[in-house]
Design a protein around this ligand. Structure first.
Ligand code: ATP
Length: 336
C-alpha cells in the first residue's frame, strides 16, 4: 500500500474506504485487484464519519487533492456524513454523469432473468441543489433547475454510451405533461441530441409509467437517461429489481475524473462482523477497469463474479449463503 504518487505506474488510483462495511468491501476488492496483474498505484485517502471524529473534517482537503491527482477513485461508503463527502466530491470533480447498471445475475432474487440496462442520471442540477431550497412564511420551497447545457451533456453522454456499448435504444424519462417547461425542455433536447445518433432507437416515457414498466417489462430497457431526482429513485427501484444492494455498482464520471462506488451505504447493522457482500464494490472496480480501458482484467473479474454466483457455493448472507467477506474474496481469487 503506497501513499506516494510514482511515475512508473500506469495509473494512480485514489482509494477511500470510508466507514462501516465500506472499508471491509474495499479491502476485499483491493486484494482481488492485486491478483489481476495491474500496473496500479493505490493512494489511500480518509473521509467519512470516523475521519470527521479524528480530524474535524468529513472530507479533508488532502483527500480531495488525492482524488484530483488520481486517474480514478474507488470509494467505499460514508455513514452520516455521506452528503458532505460524496455529494461534495461529485461537485468538486464536476462529475456530471451518474451511471448505475442494473443487471440480473443467477441465484439472486432478481424479478426476471434477462435484465440488463443502465441508468444515466444527471448529477449536477434538477432538485438537488442545496442553495435552491429555502424556508418561506408558508413552509419551504425547492427550486428545480434544468439547463440546456447540463441536459445536452448528459443526454449526449447516454447516446454515446449506447453507441460505444452496442446498445440499440435510449429511453428519455421525464414528466413533461406536468412540468411542461422544465421537462418539456428536457424532452425537446432528448430528440434534438438524438438526431446525431441515427442508428439508435429513441423513445420517451413519463417517469411514473417508467416506474411501472421497470416491473412489468424490465428486459425492454437498454439505456435510460433522466434528470437527478428521477434517476435517484429509479436506480433504487432497479436495485430492488435484481436482488438488492449487495450487487449494485455505480460510477460518477466527469471530464476530469471518475469515482466508482457501490450503491449501498456503510450498513452499520452488519459493520465489523465480516459478513458484508463485497460484490457491489468489486463490480464498481469492474466499471473502473473498463473506464481505464483495462478491458481484459475487467472481463476477467466480471466473469469470476458471474461464476461465483452461478455456482452459488460461496455466498454471503444477503444472497442466502453463510460465507464471510474473506471467504468470498478467496473464492473470487480462485476463480480468476
Ligand atoms: P447508510 O446510512 O450508510 O446509508 P444504511 O444501513 O442506511 O447505511 P445501507 O448501507 O445501504 O443503508 O444498507 C441497507 C440495508 O442493506 C442494511 O440492512 C444492510 O445491512 C444491507 N446491505 C447493504 N449493503 C450490503 C452488503 N454489501 N452486504 C450485505 N448487506 C448489505
Amino acid at each position: 500500500m503506497s501513499t506516494l504518487k510514482t511515475k512508473e505506474n500506469k495509473y494512480n488510483i485514489a482509494v477511500i474506504p470510508g466507514d462501516g462495511i465500506g472499508s471491509e468491501v474495499m479491502e476485499s476488492t483491493i486484494t482481488v485487484l492485486n491478483n489481476l496483474n495491474l500496473d496500479f498505484n493505490y493512494i489511500y485517502g480518509e473521509a467519512g464519519d470516523a475521519c470527521l471524529e479524528k480530524t474535524g473534517y468529513a472530507l479533508p482537503e488532502k483527500t480531495i487533492e488525492i482524488v484530483r491527482n488520481a486517474d480514478a477513485c474507488l470509494f467505499g461508503a460514508a455513514g452520516e456524513t455521506a452528503a458532505d463527502v460524496i455529494v461534495k466530491l461529485r461537485q468538486e470533480m464536476k462529475m456530471f454523469a451518474n451511471l448505475r447498471p442494473v443487471k440480473s445475475y443467477p441465484n439472486t432474487n432478481s424479478l426476471a432473468e434477462n435484465i440488463d440496462f443502465i441508468i444515466v442520471r444527471e448529477n449536477t442540477e434538477g432538485l438537488y441543489i442545496a442553495d435552491k431550497e429555502e424556508f418561506t412564511d408558508e413552509g419551504a420551497v425547492a427550486k428545480r433547475v434544468i439547463t440546456r447545457e447540463a441536459e445536452e451533456r448528459i443526454i449526449d453522454y447516454a447516446f454515446q454510451y449506447a453507441k460505444d456499448n452496442n446498445k440499440s435504444k435510449v429511453t428519455g424519462v421525464h414528466k413533461a405533461n406536468v412540468l411542461k417547461k422544465s421537462d418539456g425542455l428536457f424532452k425537446d433536447i432528448f430528440y434534438e441530441v438524438g438526431e446525431k445518433y441515427p442508428d439508435i432507437e429513441k423513445e420517451d416515457f413519463y417517469v411514473d409509467a417508467t416506474a411501472m414498466y421497470l416491473i412489468t417489462q424490465p428486459e425492454k430497457f437498454e439505456v435510460i437517461v433522466t434528470t437527478n431526482l428521477f434517476g435517484d429513485i429509479l436506480s433504487d427501484e432497479g436495485a430492488g429489481l435484481v436482488g438488492g444492494l449487495g450487487l449494485i455498482p455505480s460510477a460518477n464520471i466527469g471530464n476530469d475524473g471518475a469515482l466508482f462506488e457501490p450503491v449501498h451505504g456503510s450498513a452499520p447493522d452488519i459493520a465489523g462482523k465480516g459478513i458484508a457482500n463485497p460484490i457491489a464494490m468489486m463490480l464498481s472496480a469492474v466499471m473502473m477497469l473498463k473506464y481505464l480501458d483495462e478491458n481484459e482484467s475487467g472481463e476477467k473479474l466480471e466473469n469470476a463474479i458471474l461464476k461465483l454466483l452461478t455456482e452459488a457455493k460461496v455466498l454471503t448472507g444477503d444472497l442466502g449463503g453463510n460465507a464471510t467477506t474473506n471467504e468470498v474474496t478467496n473464492e473470487i481469487i480462485k476463480l480468476l
